[in-house]
Design a protein around this ligand. Structure first.
Ligand code: MV4
Length: 494
């Protein structure tokens, strides 16, 4: 494999190219007209424009990606996450075109792409699953009977679903029909497939997922868990590895289950098996994601692995160079997704130009991003600016580093979720590891960040007054330094 085309943009395209380059593999970028000057384009050895800004005319058009491979002589495609990464039709097209997809087989993607067929596949092994229907429900009366058997509250889910779309909690039988109709119509418009099924509703779960890798020789191992419970409307905001709640015993069991789920579809490549964990620490398999995930860096930090390199080696037909018992967790890692969103205004996307953009540095800090100062965040794509990842010998150190790194991060021109991340890091429930998927709705509101603003205004006023009293001692240059030093150090004051 001498040349790889990366069918993606932004931070993940760059992240993939970096690993390829370390392996001595040439890289090809594809880009839309909105991304002409994007960093992934500048970084790649070659770049091909594949169409207008909207992704359905560029990054989502499989044939354009294949054509770009033909033109440049790229032999393999890394799809990253999102876009075409879990599209079985695209995976087939790649194969038929004589190219290699750095990812799983179309068959595995297809089975895992549907929650019902995923659960059916996993049933071959003894995998714990939430009680519910094994097939799509069509008849409302029959469905109601099943719901009573399962016990309320229940959750109606879209089989084709993702991102919480087509998902409805039903508290009592009287509400069932209405909620089912809503779920079906939501699923139909979002996925073109209105099939829904029922599960018992686990009301306060933690979302824990296991990273797996399978090679083309039938070997499958897991790389432990990531805790992803801190999310907002099904958008993850903070992830960590390992989870502070898992015992070694549960970790081993969950890991073994994840490997079995992967084995049920002869999984090849990097994948993630998603579980929920209830208050009794019982876990249940939900679904499998057949791609490299956004939050993969936290796993890399605690295992010392480069997951993209592993994906490439697997695609070259190499055997995994380790066994499960060789793998070990070292330290603790956190990831904060820095979004161009205003946490004070219901997380509304805030696009514009990065007037100032300066990333934190130093021990235990990794920033995966795709922007530079002066660049504009395009409106066409995901509003994620960067992933801020910190590593420490333990969870406490990783949290301290995250707070330090958030304070060092300097972004102006665009509102971001940085301050929100600091709010979470400083929250007792988070520090004590006592949280579930409801953390954000339970503890956060627009006022949660207010006191920081007020402190800042107060300190600025104080410095202004002090400088008036001593005009000769403190020059305007010093004032600026004093204020900016205070800004950097303000964590010490509150
Ligand atoms: C659940 C659940 C409770 N009970 N299933 C949300 C998205 C999809 N991946 C599965 N999801 C859930 N399934 C049962 N039977 C709660 C959720 C859920 C959730 C899961 C993971 C992360 C965040 C979540 C937020 C709300 C609900």
């Amino acid at each position: 494999m001498n040349k790889i085309l990366v069918a993606n943009r932004g931070e993940i395209a760059l992240r993939i190219m970096r690993s390829a380059r370390e392996m001595g593999i040439k890289t090809v970028a594809v880009y839309s007209e909105a991304d002409r000057e994007a960093l992934h384009v500048l970084y790649a050895d070659e770049a091909i424009c594949i169409g207008p800004a909207p992704s359905n005319q560029s990054y989502l058009v499989g044939q354009k990606i294949i054509d770009a491979c033909k033109v440049t002589g790229a032999e393999a495609i890394h799809p990253g996450y999102g876009f075409l990464s879990e599209n079985a039709g695209f995976a087939r097209l790649v194969k038929e075109s004589g190219l290699t997809l750095i990812g799983p087989t179309p068959e595995a993607m297809e089975i895992m792409g549907n929650k019902l067929s995923a659960k059916a596949a996993a049933l071959k092994y003894n995998i714990p699953m939430v009680p519910g229907t094994e097939e799509a429900i069509t008849d409302v009366e029959e469905a109601k009977r099943r719901a009573v058997e399962v016990g309320f509250p229940i959750l109606i889910k879209a089989a084709a679903g993702g991102g919480g779309k087509g998902m409805r909690v039903v508290e009592q039988a009287a509400d069932f029909e209405e909620q089912m109709q809503l779920a079906v119509s939501e699923a139909t418009s979002a996925f073109g497939d209105g099939s829904v099924f029922i599960e018992r509703y686990v009301s306060s779960p933690r979302h824990i997922e296991i990273q797996v890798l399978g090679d083309t020789h039938g070997n499958i191992v897991h790389f432990f868990e990531r805790e992803c419970s801190i999310q907002r409307r099904h958008q993850k905001v903070i992830e960590e590895a390992p989870s502070s709640i898992l015992t070694q015993e549960i970790r081993d069991k969950m890991g073994a289950c994840a490997v079995d789920v992967a084995r049920s579809v002869n999984y090849v490549g990097a994948g993630t098996v998603e579980f929920i964990l209830d208050e009794n620490l019982d876990f249940f398999f939900l679904e499998m994601n057949t791609r490299l995930q956004v939050e993969h860096p936290v796993t890399e930090m605690i295992t010392g692995l480069d997951l993209v390199k592993e994906q490439i080696k697997i695609a070259r037909g190499e055997k995994l160079s380790y066994k499960q018992e060789d793998l070990k967790i070292n330290g603790h890692a956190l990831e904060l997704r820095v979004y161009a969103e205003d946490p004070q205004n219901n997380f509304l996307p805030d696009i514009g130009v990065l007037q100032t953009y300066s990333t934190p540095k130093g021990n235990g800090v990794r920033v995966d991003d795709g922007f530079k100062q002066g660049m504009e965040i395009p409106i066409y794509y995901d509003p994620m600016i960067a992933k801020l990842i910190t590593y420490g010998k333990d969870r406490e150190e990783a949290i301290e580093r995250m707070i330090r790194a958030i304070d060092e991060y300097d972004i102006t021109g665009i509102k971001t979720t940085l301050a929100f991340g600091k709010f979470v890091m400083q929250h007792n429930a988070f520090k004590e590891g006592k949280f579930d998927t409801h953390f954000v709705s339970k503890y956060f509101n627009a006022d949660s960040l207010k006191h920081e603003d007020e402190d800042e205004a107060l300190m600025a006023a104080l410095i202004a007054v002090l400088s008036l009293k001593k005009p000769k001692v403190m020059q305007s240059q010093d004032q600026t330094t004093a204020i900016s030093n205070w800004r950097k150090n303000r964590v010490k004051f509150n």
